[in-house]
Design a protein around this ligand. Structure first.
Ligand code: AMP
Length: 282
């Protein structure tokens, strides 16, 4: 496994790999890796000849009062996990290489970015689509792997790839959870013991919702109310949003039918966590 920081060296290797006719699988990350990231790398390893992981805490997807500065970083540990999982190349650029002083170009996907996390984090998805576009141009992968943990991100990236006729296949991968249900996240490290316990209410509310739906509940508003009441029963929480939407378009629905996504964002103390569940309702 090699770790590269420059565009020149990275592009050279990519050119060589492509010339050899090998397929490239790509896993973009912000580092501080956990088993959720590792599951994406494993899948990329299974389906491609060459596996690239990028580790880059992307400044343009953080709002002014968000955690860009204190976002956890540990390249040595990340490199170890990447190597174990079968990565061939880590691309780990400096921010000044990606966004030099005269940087001017951004990618905007409309509508689908305006709700859920897009509503509470203005500019977030513009930063995401811009960096993902740039990384796709650098890595020239055949397939890119994204976690369903960030369900809106997957939908936004898929829309971008479709709308801009990009030659890459987006592979959504399932959410990896801790044994007690908490969705793995690099941000879980911010939680103190009490908050870590309280954070379980997120997955619990989603699993309860799944049970309610499989028992025949059909009304989206009632489902949403039930989730909100479960989360609100935990004193350390502050709900950002709870939404029940069409899984593909992310449009609001009234009746629970077809592929639905229940997505939520909740602050536990100062830490904002997201989680979701996708259900097929017949
Ligand atoms: P991040 O480093 O948070 O930007 O995440 C990089 C990729 O890993 C994204 O595609 C995430 O959706 C994915 N990811 C993060 N957490 C999980 C998880 N618990 N399960 C599966 N994928 C995840």
């Amino acid at each position: 496994m090699i770790i590269l920081q420059t565009l020149k060296e990275t592009k050279e290797i990519i050119r060589k790999i492509k010339k050899e006719g090998k397929s490239i699988g790509f896993v973009p990350t912000m580092g501080y890796l956990h088993q959720g990231h590792v599951s994406l790398i494993h899948q990329a390893r299974q389906e491609n000849d060459f596996v690239v992981v990028s580790i880059f805490v992307n400044p343009t997807q953080f709002g002014p009062n968000e955690d860009f500065e204190k976002y956890p970083r540990d390249l040595d540990r990340d490199a170890m996990l990447c190597k174990e999982a079968g990565t061939d190349l880590i691309f780990h650029p400096e921010a000044s290489l990606i966004y030099p002083d005269n940087y001017m170009t951004y990618v905007d996907v409309n509508q689908i970015t305006e709700k859920l996390c897009g509503a509470s984090r203005p500019g977030h998805f513009r930063g995401v689509t811009t960096i993902v576009n740039k990384l796709f141009n650098i890595v020239e992968a055949d397939r890119a792997y994204f976690g369903q943990k960030d369900a809106q991100q997957v939908a936004v990236i898929q829309k971008m790839v479709e709308d801009l006729n990009m030659n890459i296949e987006i592979i959504p991968c399932p959410i990896v959870r801790e044994a007690d249900g908490l969705a793995m996240s690099s941000r879980n490290v911010y939680l103190n013991q009490e908050e870590r316990k309280a954070a379980l209410v997120l997955s619990r509310s989603l699993f309860n919702a799944r049970n309610a739906v499989s028992s025949g509940l059909k009304d989206a508003a009632a489902l949403k109310a039930e989730i909100i009441s479960t989360i609100a029963s935990e004193p350390l929480t502050n709900i950002d949003y709870v939404e029940v939407v069409d899984a593909r378009t992310l449009r609001d629905i009234e009746k629970l039918q077809g592929e639905i996504l229940i997505a939520l964002a909740v602050k536990i103390g100062k830490t904002r966590l997201i989680d979701n569940i996708r259900l097929e309702v017949r």
